[in-house]
Ligand binder design. Sequence first.
Ligand code: HOZ
Length: 416
Amino acid sequence: MATAKQYIPGGVNSPARSWAAVGGDPIFIAKGAGSRVWDADGNEYIDYVCSWGPMILGHAHPDVIAAVQAAAARGTSFGAPTEAENELAKMVSDSFDSVDLVRFVSSGTEAAMSALRLARAFTDRDKIVKFQGGYHGHADALLVAAGSGAMAHGVPDSAGVTASFAKDTLIAQFNDLDSVEAHFAAYPDQIACVIAEPIAGNMGVVPPQPGFLEGLREITSRYRSLLIFDEVITGYRVRYGGAQHLYQVTPDLTCLGKIIGGGMPVGAYGGRREIMEKVSPLGPMYQAGTLSGNPVAMAAGTKTLALLQTPGLYDELESKAARLAEGLQDAFAEAEVPLRVNRVGSMMTLFFNPGEVTGWPSVSASDREGFGRFFHRMLDEGVYLPPSPFEAMFVSAAHTDADIDATVDAAAKALR
Ligand code: HOZ
């Protein structure tokens, strides 16, 4: 870590990795296979970070690695169209009714930033609504009251974001439609879009309450504003497709990333044809990237989505994740430590909180220190959890029932 700190700010290339939220220095990962990672000292861990979501098939899946190797051998970047892009674009469009056209970029940040610009271009309006604790990458307008690393580090509003950037970002409360209505009542003709993670994942997992997403759809339609679902985490995670299928609410634009790159850097935004036709070169909204639609990333994503269509895969993820959540809940009850597990499919968060966690106010009432102590004890027991009380942990198709049971046993020991 000393060398890392000498050359890289804080020794990390993304702050959530620094363990600032749990204390101590991060482990350096040397390799991964299936449900496991090994650190540079050779210690083995059952991994629930799963690269913060992309590794839904587990680490180094042989078929994905073979696809990456074959693509890389043909050349790693051309800056020109390739058939690999068509293939993944078709898969994405086929799996989302809301997506006629999709544009690939290189990260979730770029996807959200571009979707926002597009919403503004399409509606000719400036303001946006986002939710407190919602995180959509680090574009200036979205780094206001943000979750994920920004929240865990106590800087939900980043330095360097000018007041003029932030002034058009209106903050509402997740699962609170009145707070959204209030903004539209104040600015009926000025709000370009509402951007939401349909299942909040970056203040920890907070599912939408019944009627919340439907309400967002109704309000945005009533005011001729766009609804953007940031499905960078939930896309292909909660089922094949995304949370919009689970809850049957159709957004105007969808942001994707993580799983659709199969572990390679990727992002995407897509939506209805009439909106996406505003994107250059068809329309006036400019957005570009040398590595956009990178052939190696496209190959990893295409293979991953193909494997995710294996019959029964999402049912198995559901039953393993349920087994884990129930086992942990029981271990905490036995130890008389308050725990609230919020889970949708194979994404969940362990909130050190005695009550229901439904949005920012209840999220932020959770016991951060208690989580930090538990995190380190679990590490000692060979389980690698996300190093923050406000992130999602993920179960992959590679996790076995034996892994799950070992994790529950580790928790019982960690709580003693
Ligand atoms: N913002 C990511 C989690 N929600 C963290 C990315 C990383 O540190 O790799």
